[in-house]
Design a binder for this molecule. Structure first.
Ligand code: NAD
Ligand code: TDX
Length: 377
């Protein structure tokens, strides 16, 4: 029986990973640690927690007591750290919280994993560890900075973070490397591109645009919409992490990317046309529209590019990200299976069918956040 400790398991990618693990493996235990910040929601993993193989702890990754308690109670084999403050715009408003959670939280997890997994010392004084254990840090392509029109990030691209968020993720990566070098802790780091899919919190581009369309609101595009992101379907990312846990070479970094570059404007236009088609084709989806938007004519001409509004650019906005995933493909046989054209339709259908989830996760502070970020648009 393998025991996974998944931190941040009530957030977007962490929850998808928990679902993936429970579906993929039989003989496992999944311990989830999450502080349920604005981005974490127990409703997202409610059905997973009905599974006797899963257990949930509410707590902060910065707190040594809760992490130690879990390690005392369970024979953790794999620690996968998704827990983080993850939104670049929020990091511009409140950088310190990002340093606390993302850097100090990571160090706290590493330290307790090291202590709990240590079995002795080798003749040079390095700790030795229980067989088969591993710490995996979920990092991001943003640690590499921003690209011009050409080129890709590889694992050897120099680190060049530019936002408080990416600086904090880079700090976390460096402390992971330090534990690997100094204490020989078995670790991996994965650096992935922008994920999309179910349970994505509607502060990020794709779910925010879907939500705004369904409410008949304008669609805020930063700057001129020419910034490029490399989109990866979240389940493909989960598969990559599981592959790295099983067979990744200890101490190695793996880039995970979708080979799917799009400008933000292309993304917004594609969401507009897809939602419009789905609403025209399928009457049952129309209940996802805000009451009052449904015209008796059944026409959805108002779902058009006219909803797009170009707004003030993000400070220090990275122009382009693009991952070269050749290493993980070559060594572990992973590749992004989901074509973007399929993944985006699957994602939009999911949002049309799961408006109760959107309402639940945006019932708290979301309205204040939206007002502060975007004003009365
Ligand atoms: P998310 O914001 O949706 O979820 C983060 C989760 O961590 C939430 O459940 C939150 O409650 C929890 N959390 C936050 N602070 C915590 C703390 N101090 N202690 C315990 N739990 C805490 O984020 P996500 O999009 O799922 O991202 C997961 C990880 O993947 C992050 O480390 C992020 O940097 C990385 N990443 C995300 C993307 C992406 O496109 N979303 C891309 C590359 C890397
Ligand atoms: O309202 C918006 N309008 C807009 O034009 C929002 C929210 C975003 N954007 C732009 C900014 C980016 O160029 O869309 C692009 C994507 O923005 P986000 O969804 O905020 O993602 P990004 O900043 O690229 O960061 C994401 O990918 C890397 C995740 O949030 C990070 O956690 C991850 O590390």
């Amino acid at each position: 029986m393998t025991t996974y400790l998944v931190t941040g398991g009530a957030g977007f990618i962490g929850a998808n990973f928990v679902k993936y693990l429970l579906k993929k493996h039989r003989e496992i235990r999944v311990v989830i640690l999450d502080d349920l910040t604005y981005a974490g929601n127990l409703g997202t993993i409610q059905t997973d927690l009905d599974d006797p193989r899963a257990v949930f702890y509410k707590g902060n990754i910065v707190d040594p007591r809760i992490v130690a308690t879990i390690f005392e109670k369970y024979p953790v084999d794999y620690l996968v750290n998704f827990a983080a403050e993850s939104h670049v715009d929020r990091s511009i408003e409140n950088p310190q919280l990002f340093l606390q959670t993302n850097i100090l939280g990571t160090q706290n997890l590493l330290e307790i994993a090291k202590k709990s997994w240590t079995t002795g010392k080798d003749d040079k004084g390095y700790p030795t560890y229980r067989k088969g254990v591993k710490y995996l840090q979920v990092s991001t392509d943003e640690v590499y900075g921003s690209l011009g029109e050409t080129g890709f990030f590889t694992e050897t691209t120099p680190l060049d973070p530019r936002s408080p968020y990416s600086a904090s993720k880079t700090g976390a990566d460096l402390i992971v490397v330090a534990y690997s070098e100094t204490y020989k802790l078995p670790v991996n780091i994965t650096r992935c591109s922008n994920n999309y899919g179910p349970y994505h919190f509607p502060e990020k581009l794709i779910p925010l645009i879907i939500k705004n369309i369904l409410e008949g609101k304008t669609l805020p595009v930063y700057g001129d919409g020419s910034n490029v992101r490399d989109w990866l379907y979240v389940e493909d990312h989960c598969k990559a992490i599981d592959r790295v846990l099983q067979d990744g070479r200890t101490g190695e970094i793996y880039n995970v990317g979708g080979h799917n570059e799009k400008t933000n404007l292309e993304i917004v236009q594609l969401i507009l046309s897809t939602i419009r088609n789905l609403l025209e084709e399928n009457k049952s989806y129309r209940s996802a529209l805000k009451p009052g938007l449904l015209q008796s004519s059944d026409h959805f001409d108002w779902i058009s590019n006219d909803l797009i509004t170009f707004v003030k650019d993000r400070l220090g906005h990275d122009q382009r990200y693009a991952i070269d995933p050749a290493k993980i493909t070559r060594e572990l046989g992973w590749y992004p299976e989901t074509k973007f054209e399929d993944g985006i339709v699957k994602t939009i259908r999911w949002y049309l069918e799961n408006q109760h989830w959107v309402k639940e996760v945006t019932s708290g502070d979301y309205q204040n956040y939206y007002q502060q970020m975007y004003g009365n648009r």
